[in-house]
Design a binder for this molecule. Structure first.
Ligand SMILES: Nc1ncnc2c1ncn2[C@@H]1O[C@H](COP(=O)(O)OP(=O)(O)OP(=O)(O)O)[C@@H](O)[C@H]1O
Ligand SMILES: [Mg+2]
Length: 300
């Protein structure tokens, strides 16, 4: 049933995707890790994480979605039943179980999820006296697991949990809701990223900014989008996610919108976003390979 839902977007995605799209094509590769982060609440982090992860899986990538928010919406949005979750991101961070023990398959082929639990809300305090507390997630995830991508759905704060996500990540996707206060607090996020680059993860970068809940009938949405493009320039993805009720209905059926109604404008936008993310990935990986090329080795 789900395979039928997926088949059509898969075809569309494959047509749009480049067969040279970056994939670390050894059997057990270290995944690319992308955090979906913004300390502001309700801006579309979980909706973006779930639907981007689904679209990447539909393209043919092997994807792990990590739910790092104690609210646990990414897991339930993919159909996980809270009562059946035995081990979670919390147990992985504290070394109480292996990653493999905590991962669940989803109804979407090639998409796995590491669910969260309410215990994560206490993790902040419990981590404070632990050694290497900022590196817990990195140590758990930056291992060869056979995934192409790990997508981390962050909580709405710049807490130690988010810090763990950003230390573990190659890059950050920032969802911004098209509303009046969209840019408020962003300088704090940008400063936090700079601090993490300096102290923990020098290669961390903003992958892109995605405008969410765009309402074309509303002048304000357009004005906010212009402001955000002025501020972030090329970093803003061309794809804009429209306000679409299907995106908000889908989680109540335990399905990503791309599976729930693949033809709705929201699902189409997330499929487009996944293509754009992969295009950017190709550029990033191409550049990093060029930078690591040392001509002196050639000469020798
Ligand atoms: N493009 C959209 N159109 C309509 N509703 C949307 C859209 N994106 C998200 N929503 C809805 O807005 C609400 C907030 O979205 P979401 O949970 O993805 O945000 P979040 O940033 O993860 O929130 P939190 O900070 O609480 O984790 C949800 O009810 C979601 O279904
Ligand atoms: Mg969320």
């Amino acid at each position: 049933m789900i395979a039928n839902f997926i088949r059509s977007p898969l075809k569309e995605l494959n047509e749009g995707s480049n067969s040279n799209a970056p994939t670390h094509s050894v059997t057990k590769r270290i995944p690319r890790i992308l955090s979906v982060a913004n300390q502001k609440g309700g801006v579309g982090k979980t909706t973006t994480s779930v639907n981007l992860a689904t679209a990447l899986a539909a393209i043919g990538k092997k994807v792990l979605l990590v739910d790092l928010d104690p609210q646990g919406n990414a897991g339930t949005g993919l159909g996980l039943v809270r009562a059946k979750i035995k081990a979670s991101t919390y147990d992985v961070i504290f070394g109480d179980c292996t990653l493999q023990e905590a991962i669940h398959q989803t109804k979407v082929p090639r998409l796995h999820v590491l669910p969260s639990s309410i215990h994560l809300s206490g993790a902040e305090i419990e981590l404070v006296n632990e050694s290497r507390r900022e590196y817990r997630l990195q140590e758990a995830l930056r291992v060869p697991m056979g995934y192409d991508y790990v997508i981390i759905d962050c909580p709405p704060s710049l807490s130690l949990l988010t810090l763990n996500a950003l230390v573990a990540s190659d890059s950050i996707i920032v969802p911004l809701q098209c509303e009046f206060y969209a840019l408020e607090g962003l300088s704090h996020l940008v400063k936090t990223i700079e601090r993490i680059k300096k102290n923990f993860n020098p290669l961390l970068d903003i992958h892109g900014v995605v405008l969410t809940m765009f309402d074309g009938r509303n002048n304000l949405s357009g004005m906010v989008a212009d402001d955000v493009r002025d501020y972030f320039g090329e970093k803003v993805y061309k794809t804009v996610i429209p306000r679409n009720v299907r995106l908000s209905e889908a989680p109540s059926y335990g399905l990503p919108a791309i599976v729930y109604d693949m033809r709705c404008p929201g699902a189409k936008a997330y499929i487009q976003l996944a293509k754009e993310v992969l295009k950017r990935e190709k550029e990033i990986i191409g550049n990093s390979q060029q930078n690591s090329f040392d001509p002196s080795n050639e000469a020798a």
